[in-house]
Design a protein around this ligand. Structure first.
Ligand code: UN1
Length: 493
């Protein structure tokens, strides 16, 4: 069995902890993907020290030169796309067409962040006084800690790592314990692209390492994507230590369907939004809000389509829905199905683990729909992060919006309607960082701001140029060429 290493200061190194953990294929738990370092505090310290040292030089490399390297990162990901995708599928389960999309998102981010290095705009503004010039520009901050989830093993870390490096920071990255191989491949790509030693470091291990990274005095900024429970804890630690912590956490994303919508399109949308990535996206459609006039009809048609979804190992070319990530996630699906039944929701289809034949060795949960889910139910309010969709009935457009907003989360949202007034009203009224019109809740693009309101985050936006607000500080400069003391607010008034 292959044993993997950490990537620190441009070297592949064994963990000082000298402990390893096995990672398995969720579609076939007899298939061990490899043994990965279960790193400890010493390894984190080494990685942070390397990143701190590398920052001294990297911050002074002209930004467009940093961008040149990022374009190479994109080229290498493009060249290795098929090969990396298959390893990712083996490691975390989603079908190969999806893991390829995941890598494409990183390619887009690499080219985008690379090109932004020529455009890290600051601004000039008039001074209150004569013979004085004011300007402000972005500066890198230092060592950035990146902590991410399993579901987008290359794309989501790329949203943080690549802009952070483009802006002149250095990075210590800890991937989810469920996708360490993807972390190794990320480092291989960065190494081949010629990202200098120490600028990018990967330390593999389990959840406990999040605290080590956030608490380390030399880590100045943290980019986190993951569960609300862990994010809030890391945010608290960061707050106490005066660190900037960008949190991307849970969602309970609604798709509204109005009676005038293109029904077939709305069904295609919810199928992809709810069951793509086996429902394991923070942007997944976990709630479907149907107008009462189409309620039963839509549910009937959707049930038929959901039952036809091809569940299976992601490496099989015909698979549409892969396994969930681990046994604990299966248990979560099971638990929420029991809770929903107990609370009076109506099970339309699914609701069980599939164990026969091909499925015996994997974590396969049958795509599940509950109808008649009301606002007070836990299935309406809480994120499952699996293939379990909750359907609710709305009496009117206003009621649909009220239901959409009736949760603590606010990441993504969608409405299907051909009524332009209602589409625009929905854009204004839905409380979410992202709203789709006639498209599913998933599918964010690299160059657009990504993030949520309410319990989903703490006000930051990845993606687009907004990500540079996370990874830079502003430096303001006043240049006085009057050759005399000009006392602001005093001599000029
Ligand atoms: C996530 O689930 O953490 O918009 C990110 C989407 C993808 C990214 C999902 N491009 O669904």
């Amino acid at each position: 069995m292959e044993r993997f290493k950490n990537y620190i200061n441009g070297q592949w190194v064994e963990p000082k902890s000298n402990t390893y953990f096995k990672n398995i294929n969720p579609a076939d738990i007899s298939d061990i993907v490899g043994e990965f370092p279960e790193s400890g505090q010493d390894d984190v310290n080494d990685a942070v020290a390397a990143a701190k040292e590398a920052f001294k030089k990297w911050k002074n490399v002209p930004a467009p030169k940093r961008g040149d390297l990022l374009r190479k990162v994109g080229d290498i990901f493009a060249r290795r796309k098929d090969e990396i995708a298959r390893i990712m599928t083996r490691e975390m389960g989603k079908p190969v067409f999806e893991t390829k999309g995941d890598i494409q998102e990183a390619i887009d981010t690499a080219y985008y962040a690379g090109s932004e290095t020529r455009r890290l705009f600051g601004y000039n503004a008039p001074s209150e006084m004569n013979d004085k010039m004011n300007m402000s520009f972005r500066t890198p901050i230092g060592v950035v800690g990146v902590i991410t989830a399993f579901n987008f093993p290359i794309a989501v870390p790329s949203w943080k790592i690549l802009p952070a490096i483009a802006a002149g920071n250095t990075v210590v990255y800890k991937p989810s314990k469920d996708v360490p191989y993807a972390g190794v491949m990320f480092a291989e790509v960065m190494e081949e692209a010629g990202i200098p030693p120490g600028v990018f470091n990967v330390v593999l291990g389990k959840g406990y390492m999040g605290n080590m990274i956030v608490e380390h005095p030399d880590v100045k900024v943290i980019g986190f994507t993951g569960s609300t429970g862990i994010g809030v804890k890391l945010g608290e630690i960061g707050g106490r230590l005066n660190k900037r912590v960008s949190l991307e956490m849970g969602g309970k994303n609604p798709q509204i369907v109005m009676p005038d919508a293109n029904m077939d399109l709305a069904i295609d949308g919810v199928l992809w939004g709810a069951f793509g990535t086996t429902g394991q996206r923070c942007t997944a459609t976990s709630r479907l809000i149907l107008h009462k006039d189409i309620y039963e009809d839509f549910i009937g048609k959707l049930k038929e389509r959901v039952e036809k979804l091809r569940l299976g190992p992601g490496l099989e070319p015909e698979t549409e829905v892969g396994p969930v990530i681990h046994e604990a996630q299966l248990n979560t699906c099971d638990e929420y199905c029991k809770i929903a039944l107990g609370e009076g929701a109506r099970l339309v289809t699914g609701g069980y683990r599939v164990t026969e034949g091909l499925y015996a060795n994997g974590y396969f949960w049958k795509p599940t729909i509950f109808a008649d889910v009301t606002r007070d139910m836990r299935l309406f309010q809480e994120e499952v992060f699996g293939p379990v969709l909750a359907i609710s009935k709305a009496d009117s457009f206003e009621h649909a919006i009220e239901l959409a907003n009736g949760v603590d989360f606010g990441l993504s949202s969608s409405i299907y309607t051909r009524n332009v007034n209602q589409a625009f009203a929905a854009i204004n009224m839905i409380e979410a960082g992202i709203t789709y019109i006639n498209a599913p809740t998933i599918g964010a693009e690299a160059h657009m701001p990504f993030g949520g309101v309410k319990g989903t985050g703490n006000g930051h936006r990845e993606g687009g140029w907004t990500v540079f607000d996370i990874f830079t500080e502003w430096k303001t400069v006043y240049i006085d060429f009057s050759d005399k003391l000009q006392r602001a607010q005093i001599d000029n008034y």
